[in-house]
Design a binder for this molecule. Sequence first.
Ligand SMILES: [Zn+2]
Length: 244
Amino acid sequence: MKRRLFNKLREATQSINYMDYDEYQKAIETTYDSLMAEWKKIQEELLGSPDFDARRLRGYLLESLFYYACLKRQAFFIDVELVEMDEARSESYPPWFEATPLYDVIPTLHHVKEGEVRKRKAPQTRADFLVSYVDDRGPVAPSLVDVKSTEPKAWDSDWGWESTAALRRGFTFQLAFPIEGIEYPKELKEWEVKTPCSKCMKLSKDYRTCSECGNKIFPFTIADAYYEAKELWEKLGKERKGRF
Ligand SMILES: [Zn+2]
């Protein structure tokens, strides 16, 4: 089901005529409608079957809508870059943004159960997307994003080891969910991104320092290595050339 929605996105983007800008823009917009239509079709097909799980289906839709919003943003930045290639170069390069879906095919290690309750404390990556953003000043810490249908009300003990796993790999671990009042987001700005803080067990607005308790959530990321190297280059009197 999830694959069907993601395939819809792939089919839609592959069939676009990118040489006709207006047509291309229209096609990007209507991709949203075809995703919603495919989701409704899946729902109708499953209605009454034992596999029908409305919550799970909505979760799949939101994952594909998040990806759609990311692709839209990605396409926008690519457009700017293409225009730059044709015309005069501006001072700064356009930002670069990319989201990579991580399918639920990662085998779960240390799957220990106590009765019916799953107990797992060992860090292992589990997220829906890897999202990277780079602009002219440099990269922002890449994030492992878990997409949620609504803002989680309670702390999920899994977030503790998911954050640790992300930190060990130099990434941040964040949750994305539609902003309040929006059921099916169309744009990235209709999504809220928050970072779980293992200390106060709340969701922080900032990924570095918890907006709720002041705890340092992610003291070091892959992006920091870039800035530290940049500082070192400057100290050594060297200049780094070329685009990032
Ligand atoms: Zn906190």
